[in-house]
Design a protein around this ligand. Structure first.
Ligand SMILES: Nc1ncnc2c1ncn2[C@@H]1O[C@H](COP(=O)(O)OP(=O)(O)OP(=O)(O)O)[C@@H](O)[C@H]1O
Ligand SMILES: [Mg+2]
Length: 503
């Protein structure tokens, strides 16, 4: 039985061919993973399947409907989580859930999963949002929002669940729960189409579809391609054209001015309190010049709040931070001039093109006019943004937005870089590239504070502070943390240390 049949689908945007004569059958009752390079056409495909975009050519049949003509009928059978899920930021967590339940016609008083608990209780438990159910959705951390979005998409027992990168920004513990949750929630008849940049996830699905430039380059059982998740990642990279680590052109061209300051970044009893709730409490650490310092922790731990306070975007309720010895509270502008910050949430100008955004940042940071155009050209080249140089930032696929944000953070050659989840939503090859730049910059002397939910990336950090419920629960090199947790890999160390913290 098939849930969806797609024949010779083509979809263009201007001169760009997003989907190129693609044919695909999606089997009923199976989980199909959709993977591929940034801009490969995954989101366009998902949106076309549910009728949000119309095909230029080709035929689509989904659950017996033609999405082009019967979008509304079809959507009653579908649970869709777009990349940017439309939560109502000025409604609370529980109000969002109730609203979506209402929209899907779910009777929250009687309907149940696995027979007993109410749907909402189960959703709150799964998302670990029960204690925050009265918090406004707009005040949730990035990962908490992602989990709430998924919970909303799961309501109403859809026949066909379409998830566009649901695990972006979700911490390792919640990611396991998310997978379990979807598996438990669906019945053997439910079809799932799940796009993801996590290859371990894709490896565990029934089918994996790998896309490249609008075409399918692999479609089959992931276990047939490789037996372990690690081998699967290697195979997918091979399919995508292979990765060879070269010199980081960013680091080569970086105009780094040496400093004799030993500790370039310091957090000094940093605290952020909202009412009685401490998002960050008593946080103190020092980062050495040229160090890669990982700030890791589960969703809502207080990582982004720390980043924002440390670059002067949020005012601490206690303590302070120093960048290159300059107090961020007393001298915010001077401290910030030494800093490049890549926010978790895309924060560039959506209506400006890639090139205009970079131009803007170059001017804002007084990059010398003579060198500016070359600098921008180089950075566009290195981040593979050439074919998007005149595309509006808001129209970029997620992975390319991330590349642009990273480029903008680096353009003025700051001695200190703050990167809040730089690789979330980025494809597997680009992730390696990003880390090549990060490690090469650190060798040059640039200090980097970074966070990630990819535990393989945590291994690249010189030191890690593991953050949980606003406080540091462990600090040390990756080897020290693994030893402390009695674990062989960082993912297990992360999970063990969080559990053992007793918080
Ligand atoms: N305006 C606010 N009012 C109340 N609580 C807030 C507000 N802003 C943030 N918080 C809370 O502070 C906590 C820390 O959020 P933060 O964004 O720093 O987490 P994070 O560690 O970056 O998580 P993630 O991995 O999901 O990005 C969360 O519980 C969040 O809901
Ligand atoms: Mg965050």
């Amino acid at each position: 039985m098939r849930t969806a049949t797609i024949r010779n689908l083509t979809r263009k945007f201007g001169n760009t061919v997003a989907i190129d004569n693609l044919s695909l059958y999606i089997e009923k009752g199976r989980i199909t993973g959709l993977i591929g390079a940034d801009g490969a056409g995954k989101t366009t495909l998902l949106r076309t399947i549910i009728g949000l975009l119309l095909p230029d050519e080709g035929e689509i049949n989904v659950l017996g409907f033609n999405p082009e003509k019967q979008k509304d009928e079809l959507n009653r059978h579908i649970g869709y989580m777009p990349q940017k899920f439309g939560l109502y930021e000025d409604l609370t967590v529980i109000e969002n859930l109730k609203l979506y339940a209402d929209l899907k016609g779910v009777d929250i008083s009687t309907s149940s999963i696995a027979g007993n608990e109410s749907v909402l209780t189960r959703m709150l438990e799964f998302t670990a949002l029960a204690q925050f159910q009265d918090r406004l959705a707009g005040a949730l951390s990035g990962g908490m929002k992602q989990k709430l979005g998924l919970a909303c998409a799961l309501l109403g027992d859809p026949e066909f669940l379409i998830l566009d990168e649901p695990s972006v920004g979700v911490d390792p513990i919640s990611r396991r729960e998310l997978m379990k949750m979807v598996r438990e929630m669906i019945n053997p008849e439910t079809t799932v189409l799940w796009s993801t940049a996590y290859l371990d996830e894709a490896h565990s699905f029934d089918t994996a579809v790998v896309m490249d430039r609008g075409r399918i380059i692999f479609n089959g059982c992931p276990q047939d391609l490789a037996s372990t998740p690690q081998e699967f990642e290697d195979k997918v990279i091979e399919l995508m054209g292979g990765y060879s680590k070269g010199k980081s052109q960013i680091a080569e061209n970086y105009d780094y001015s040496a400093t004799d300051i030993e500790f370039t970044v310091e957090a000094d009893n940093l605290e952020k309190r909202y009412g009685k709730f401490y998002a960050v409490k008593n946080n103190t650490f020092k980062i050495r010049k040229g160090e890669i310092f990982g700030l890791l922790g589960p969703n809502g731990a207080g990582k982004s709040t720390s980043f924002k306070m440390m670059c002067g975007l949020a005012r601490p309720t206690g303590g302070t931070a120093r960048i290159m010895g300059i107090d961020i509270k007393r001298n915010p502008e001077k401290a910030r001039a030494n800093l490049g910050y890549m926010a978790q949430k895309f924060s560039l100008y959506g209506s400006l093109t890639v090139k205009e955004n970079l131009d803007f940042f170059a001017l804002a940071y007084n990059i010398d006019i003579a060198g500016k155009d070359k600098k921008i050209k180089d950075i566009i080249d290195v981040f593979g943004l050439n074919e998007y140089a005149n595309t509006k930032a808001e129209e970029l696929p997620l992975g390319l937005k991330q590349r642009l944000s990273m480029a903008a953070a680096l353009i003025h050659n700051p001695p200190v870089l703050f990167l809040d989840e730089p690789t979330s939503g980025v494809d597997v090859l680009t992730r390696r590239d990003f880390w090549n730049h990060i490690t090469s910059l650190s060798k040059k002397g640039v200090t980097i504070m970074v966070t990630t939910h990819f535990m393989d990336e945590a291994e690249y950090c010189d030191r890690i502070s593991l953050f949980y419920k606003g406080e540091t629960i462990a600090i040390g090199t990756p080897a020290e943390l693994k030893q402390k947790a009695g674990a062989k890999d960082m993912e297990t160390a992360f999970i063990n240390l969080i559990r053992e913290s007793g918080k």
